[in-house]
Ligand binder design. Structure first.
Ligand SMILES: [Zn+2]
Length: 198
């Protein structure tokens, strides 16, 4: 099973130039922006303070919690992206937070489980919607405490045996990540133990 690390959930209907023009006001000072070529790409630049309005994907983490041949999925609440569908516990990394602590926190918030992160098993780019492009570090983890219970952002959480079949999944990347983990002897990259559990 070959690695796949770029997933596209939509086809863009506007050009990069048109998208850049949507950033009309400076995020730093609030003055109007213009589009111009900066560092080889078209970008929005402030007419007052000259700040370039870089647009970047959002860093996130997803966690494959495994116990023998089974793994944890959560069913997303109806207000969120991928509502009513299943996904790995996941979330965005906060500005003042390292990505391993983000993974431990997100799992605790969504499932109430305490985990220890064991390894990095992939990094994926998700083009989820015109406004949401994520860069997701995918981590393998084991449970070290707590009871599996649906919490923040989850309607339901459950252990699933790996059979190759999945419930309706919110993100194509998750299906690939889980299948690849169970169907290959994938050695993950080690993680910094000082941040791997709470
Ligand atoms: Zn400005």
């Amino acid at each position: 099973m070959q690695p796949q690390q770029v997933f596209r959930a939509y086809e863009s209907t506007i050009s990069i130039e048109e998208d850049v023009q949507r950033t009309r006001f400076c995020r730093q000072c609030g003055e109007p922006c213009v589009s111009e070529v900066v560092e080889g790409g078209i970008r929005s630049t402030c007419t007052a303070c000259l700040a370039v309005q870089y647009k970047n994907p959002q860093p996130a983490v997803a966690v494959l919690i495994v116990d023998g041949g089974r793994f944890v999925l959560g069913k997303r609440l109806s207000k969120s992206l991928g509502h009513g569908q299943w996904c790995l516990p996941c979330g965005y990394v906060e500005f003042y937070e390292d990505y391993l602590s983000a993974a431990v926190r997100e799992v605790k918030e969504e499932t109430t489980l305490d985990i220890r992160v064991q390894s990095i098993i992939s990094v994926v780019t998700n083009y989820l919607s015109p406004n949401i492009h994520s860069l997701v570090t995918v981590l393998l983890a084991e449970v070290i405490g707590g009871e599996l219970q649906a919490a923040d952002g989850m309607e339901e959480v459950a252990w699933f045996p790996y059979t190759g079949d999945f419930p309706e999944m919110a993100f194509e990347a998750d299906t690939h990540i889980i299948s690849r983990y169970f169907e290959t002897d994938l050695p993950g990259a080690p993680v910094d133990a000082a941040f791997a559990s709470s």
